[in-house]
Ligand binder design. Structure first.
Ligand code: SF4
Ligand code: SF4
Length: 165
């Protein structure tokens, strides 16, 4: 009985290996001869084209003088599901601390949705890499340097949104 079990185990293992090998060879040949489109890219020589609808890194929205529209209300920090935001400051004023831990951010966009001052929005920046975990924490000044200033061509729209004209 034991011998029979060993025989079936060995047989199914051999069949499994053969099946995997045949399936792998089939896929390699299909891709080599162009029967199937290759879905991987030669990164970083080639870059991936993200869909326009795919949200990237959250970024600050600035007024014309480069000041953040953030009023330190703390709503985004409270709603962030991964605790990626660390904000403190006097309500109604620019925050003293506004750190975004990109290592924790899941690009969900909740912070942008909840912000009544439209001080934060989702950008199209997706490629973020660092050698050290600490480098993934962006300070207020770093975020401001990446922030979006109003486009002068849409001045009227900007003014109607309460930003400085
Ligand atoms: S970004 Fe918006 S929601 Fe977050 S603290 Fe500033 S004003 Fe409040
Ligand atoms: S995009 Fe989502 S995870 Fe990232 S900081 Fe905003 S609320 Fe947090």
């Amino acid at each position: 009985m034991i011998l029979k079990n060993e025989y079936y185990k060995a047989k199914s293992l051999t069949l499994g290996v053969m099946k995997s090998f045949l399936s792998m060879s089939y896929n390699v040949i299909r891709r080599l001869y162009g029967a199937e489109k290759i879905t991987t890219i030669n990164y970083p020589i080639e870059s991936y084209l993200y869909s326009k609808n795919q949200m990237g890194l959250p970024r600050l929205v600035l007024d014309k003088k480069g000041r953040s529209l953030c009023t330190s209300c703390d709503a985004c920090q409270k709603v962030c599901p991964t605790n990626a935001l660390d904000i403190s400051g006097k309500e109604g004023q620019e925050p003293e601390v506004f750190n975004l831990d990109v290592g924790k951010c899941i690009f969900c966009g909740w912070c942008a949705d909840v912000c009544a001052d439209k001080a934060i929005e989702m950008s199209d920046e997706h490629i973020i890499a660092a050698h050290a975990e600490e480098s993934l924490i962006f300070s207020f000044n770093e975020l401001k340097s990446k922030g979006r200033r109003p486009n002068p061509e849409i001045k009227n729209q900007v003014n109607s949104e309460g930003m400085e004209g």
